[in-house]
Unconditional design. Structure first.
Length: 233
C-alpha cells in the first residue's frame, strides 16, 4: 500500500472528500503521527539498522546516521576488532578533560543533535589518529511524511505490511475524533488494537528461536524452574 492509497482509505473511512487537498494533508499528518506513536510500543525488528563510518585523524565528532535514531545498540571498531563502550557525558569528560589524548577509539559518547542538520552526533575517545571503520547498530526513527512520499509504498517508508492496517485505523480514529464522531472513533480504536496485537505476535516470531524462563506453574518438561530457595551442599 502506498502512502497515497492509505490517505484515500482514511478519507473514505471518515466520509470526507478524497479530492480536497486540505483533507489529504490532514490525513497524511495523522498517518505520520500514528507511525511515530507506534515506534515505542515494542522493540520492532524492522527498525533495526546497521551502518559503518570511517574515522578521520584528529577528528573527534561524527554524524554516522543521516536521519533520526531512537536507540543505539553498539559500536565496533572493525579495523582493530574491538567493541567501543557507550558512556555518558560525565564519564566521557573525565576520561580526558583537556582532550589531548589520541589513538584508536575506545569509548563513544552520544552528544546530541547537530544544530544545522538535525542528525545525531557521536564523540569518540581517544581522538582518532588514523583511519578506522566503525560499525554501528541502531534503531531508526521514521521521518515525517510529506506529499512527495505519496507514491512510495509504506514498506519503503519504514513500516511492514503487518502494521499498515493498524496505521490506517489509528489515523481514521484521530480524524473522526477531531470531527466529533466519537462512535466511529471508538470503532476504529478497536480495529486498531486488534491489528496491533497481531503485529506484536508477528514481531515476536522475528526475534529468533528463543524461550523465556518458565513461570512457577509451567509444565514445560525441558524448562528449569527458578525458585527463591538457596541450595547448599
Amino acid at each position: 500500500m502506498t502512502l497515497g492509497e492509505a490517505i484515500t482509505l482514511v478519507l473514505q473511512r471518515t466520509g470526507l472528500s478524497i479530492t480536497v487537498t486540505a483533507n489529504k494533508n490532514q490525513a497524511r499528518t495523522y498517518l505520520s503521527l500514528s507511525a511515530s506513536e507506534h515506534l515505542p510500543l515494542v522493540p520492532w525488528w524492522f527498525l533495526d539498522r546497521t551502518t559503518t563510518f570511517a574515522t578521520v585523524a584528529a577528528t573527534r565528532s561524527y554524524q554516522p546516521i543521516s536521519g533520526q535514531v531512537t536507540a543505539w545498540w553498539s559500536f565496533v571498531d572493525e579495523t582493530n576488532d574491538r567493541p567501543l563502550e557507550i558512556v555518558g557525558p560525565d564519564a566521557y569528560d573525565l576520561l580526558d578533560p583537556d582532550r589531548t589524548r589520541d589513538g584508536s577509539a575506545y569509548k563513544v559518547h552520544i552528544a546530541g543533535l547537530d544544530a544545522t542538520t538535525g542528525y545525531p552526533v557521536v564523540d569518540l575517545w581517544y581522538t582518532p589518529d588514523s583511519v578506522a571503520t566503525i560499525r554501528v547498530r541502531y534503531r531508526m526513527d521514521i521521518n515525517v511524511w510529506s506529499s512527495t512520499d505519496d507514491t512510495s509504498d509504506l514498506t519503503v517508508l519504514g513500516l511492514p505490511r503487518i502494521l499498515h492496517s493498524a496505521l490506517l485505523y489509528d489515523a481514521s480514529a484521530k480524524y473522526m475524533e477531531e470531527n466529533g464522531d466519537d462512535t466511529g472513533s471508538d470503532r476504529e480504536r478497536q480495529n486498531h488494537n486488534r491489528a496491533v496485537r497481531a503485529a506484536k505476535r508477528q514481531n515476536l516470531l522475528m526475534q529468533g528461536n528463543r524461550s523465556d524462563p518458565p513461570n512457577g506453574n509451567n509444565n514445560d518438561p525441558f524448562g528449569i524452574l527458578l525458585g527463591t530457595s538457596l541450595v547448599t551442599g
